[in-house]
Design a binder for this molecule. Structure first.
Ligand code: PMP
Length: 375
């Protein structure tokens, strides 16, 4: 199989991720934070070590502000729903995933928030900033946007947006689902208040764990309540981070795997990963555009994601034919219908290549041969 669906989840995983997750299940049988016996303590140490690594990698500056969640979606829901109140005005970009849009739509209904979208496609940083400034009002309390799109290789000027939000007293939440492990992130330097990301994509860890990193001066109400292993007589969740936000048993094997994936990514280096993905993009674009009837969207922005279509073949059919040839790609709307509208894809969406560090140019040759011979 040739796997070009790394924007859905990465595969294969880093060898260290698989090894650490397995080792954890073989040797760290205890429940972290639930008991003082050796196996529980060992699991808790693993988890704390992963918090420390993530805090360093993401420029968070405090491991206890790394909160483990199920996935990015859960982390974004915690941040968005924790940060807005009735009547607030929220800004987001036109490229957002449903993991951002659906919580916002729910809040429109439930809390009467108002929502504005700023354009990104075809604009430089300055124009993006002007568009943001033009939409800010008295009641704007939150700007939430992705760092990198999951349907094309466009990324947003996060540090500039962070500085703008800080200067205007607006909270800034970032969806780093497609950038973590692909692009540098420094939460403090970029002045991000809440950062959400998955373990299972660019950080090459197993599914089952995501991260919400909270900025220094930010607290949220609890999202769910339950056992935390501390202060059990209290009717409320503890005030201390991260326990306040981590009710119930944590997925220790997934977190251990994430630590393994992160060590692989850091030893490889983000700049090497970025360079490799850009090279794959350019090579794939050249091959696809050499064939009649194919179109590449956002062709001038190389990176880890390439979106394409054929004028006469629906994207789902393209994906089906590629699958028959042993090549995994994802077709359709990729949970980002508004982003597809911004790129002008047809109603059925488009086919997406999501590159990863393990993809090769030889695999692109196989893709080209299959596309060339499509019935
Ligand atoms: N946002 C973006 C930009 C994504 O690409 C994804 C995953 N495709 C998500 C959010 C949701 O991530 P998860 O599946 O980890 O909840």
């Amino acid at each position: 199989m040739i796997y070009f669906d790394n924007a859905a989840t990465s595969f294969p995983k880093a060898p260290q991720a698989t090894r650490e997750a397995l080792l954890c299940m073989l040797t760290n049988g205890g429940n972290p934070g639930r008991g003082a016996h050796k196996l529980s303590l060992r699991a808790a140490e693993k988890i704390f070590a992963c918090r420390e690594d993530l805090s360093d990698f993401l420029g968070v500056g405090a491991p206890e502000r790394i909160i483990f969640t199920q996935n990015t979606t859960y982390a974004l829901n915690m941040a968005i729903k924790g940060l807005v109140k009735t009547g607030d005005h929220v800004l987001c970009s036109e490229l957002e995933h449903n993991a951002v849009m659906r919580p916002l739509y729910a809040l429109q209904k439930e809390k009467g928030i108002t929502l504005d979208t700023f354009p990104v496609i075809g604009l430089g940083d300055e124009q993006i900033m002007e568009n943001i400034a033009a939409r800010v009002g008295q009641s704007t309390t939150l700007l939430v946007c992705l760092h990198a799109s999951n349907i094309c290789s466009v990324s947003l000027p996060i540090a500039k947006i962070g500085a703008f939000c800080r200067a205007h007293g607006i909270r800034f939440a970032v969806d780093a689902a497609q950038s973590a492990g692909h692009l540098p992130i420094d939460m403090c330097a970029m002045q991000i208040d809440a950062l959400a990301l998955p373990g299972h994509k660019g950080l090459l860890g197993p599914a089952g764990c995501g991260v919400l990193a909270l900025g220094e001066d930010l607290s949220l109400g609890t999202f769910i309540e339950g056992g935390s292993g501390v202060d059990s007589r209290s009717n409320e969740m503890p005030a201390a981070f991260p326990e306040r936000f981590e009710a119930g048993t944590l997925p220790t094997p997934a977190i251990a795997g994430l630590a393994g994936g992160l060590s692989f990514v850091t030893s490889f280096g983000l700049s090497t990963i970025e360079k490799h993905e850009k090279e794959l993009f350019l090579a794939a674009r050249e091959r696809i555009e050499s064939l009649a009837g194919f179109e590449v969207y956002q062709r001038e922005t190389p990176g880890g994601v390439l979106l394409f279509n054929h004028t006469a073949i629906p994207s789902t059919e393209l994906a089906r034919q590629l699958d028959k040839a042993g090549i995994c790609v994802r077709a359709g709307l990729h949970c980002a219908p508004r982003a597809h509208d911004a790129l002008g894809t047809p109603a059925g969406g488009a086919a997406r290549l999501g590159f990863g560090i393990f993809n090769t140019h030889r695999e692109l040759d196989a893709l080209w041969r299959t596309l060339k011979d499509l019935p």
